[in-house]
Design a protein around this ligand. Sequence first.
Ligand SMILES: [Zn+2]
Length: 104
Amino acid sequence: MSLIFVFDPVLNDIVKDVCREYWLYSSPNNYIAHVETLCQSYGISHSVLFSTLAKCQVYLDDIHCEYCGHPYELDVPADIPYARRLESWLCEGCIIFSGGQINV
Ligand SMILES: [Zn+2]
């Protein structure tokens, strides 16, 4: 599995590491503990962590829109196992464009 990171240009390298480490976690079972550990090891608060994460877009590089090929955009790490179970996926833009009429 690999992830594509698209960082906001305002983020520095340390902050990018925080983002990468956050996304290393893909099991939904222990998410709260993962967030706690991350905040403690970087000495940041939850609100700083999540405002940082909002400046980093993450995509799965092996799940693509069936129609336009856009990679799957992730909101939380728990999306990863969910996305892997999908047999096919359409991005939001294509769903709107097609009116939900494309059968893949
Ligand atoms: Zn698409």
